[in-house]
Ligand binder design. Structure first.
Ligand SMILES: [Zn+2]
Length: 221
């Protein structure tokens, strides 16, 4: 780019970029073009040590920049970057000052950008169910509608017939059927008076006829 240096200088004059992104040292002349932050010489050397893909350092005055790198610097900047990467930073965590050792700055930089310990979480992109489904998003709406319902949990219980059927062994011994006595034998064995008292309340005429007639015992029921 022909005029990228003018653009970089314009960004460096912004109040938000007048101090190093890590230690607030004035007049930074370096930048991490992957993170979009301006850095002092000391912090730039730490970023260079941490290196790609976390951070990639360029000089604001010596290096050639690509258009993409410039756009990253324009879209981010030091204040915005802190809002993003230090959003959840506890109060007891202190940014490395001018007296901090290289190791201390490196630990801070790795926690901040590599492990993203204090980074603001991105807004969830999934729509909540209470939001109306836009017409252009009918496909996802349909998918949501046909999603399978969770299977009901079957409680195991001895009283549960299905469970009993499933667990009952199929080799249950079959009780031999008792031969019923013939009707003739049955009546022959009974006391006729008791039998009559037992069935006299019945309204079945066939039964009543059975006891009123002396002989016949074969009756079609
Ligand atoms: Zn610094």
């Amino acid at each position: 780019m022909s005029n990228y240096k003018d653009e970089v200088n314009k960004l460096l004059r912004l109040e938000s970029n007048k101090g190093c992104a890590e230690c607030d040292q004035r007049a930074p002349l370096w930048a991490s073009v992957t993170l979009g932050v301006f850095l002092c010489t000391r912090c730039a050397s730490v970023h260079r040590h941490v290196s790609k893909p976390v951070t990639f350092v360029r000089s604001c005055t010596l290096d050639e920049w690509t258009e993409e790198q410039l756009r990253k610097m324009q879209s981010m900047g030091n204040v915005k970057s802190r809002e993003l990467y230090e959003a959840k930073m506890p109060r007891n965590v202190v940014r490395p000052g001018r007296d901090a050792t290289f190791q201390q700055v490196e630990t801070f930089v790795r926690q901040k950008y590599e492990h993203k310990l204090w980074m603001k979480k991105e807004e969830p992109k999934i729509q909540s169910k209470t939001q109306p489904v836009p017409k252009t998003n009918l496909l996802s709406f349909e998918v949501e509608q046909v999603a399978p319902a969770p299977k009901p949990v079957i409680q195991k219980s001895k009283n549960d017939v299905t469970e009993w059927l499933r667990t009952e062994p199929q080799t249950k011994p079959v009780q031999p059927k008792k031969e019923l006595p013939s009707l003739e034998d049955f009546f022959a064995e009974q006391n006729q008076d008791d039998l009559f008292n037992m069935v006299k309340t019945t309204k079945n005429q066939n039964i009543m006829n059975l006891f009123e007639k002396p002989a016949p015992v074969r009756v079609a029921w």
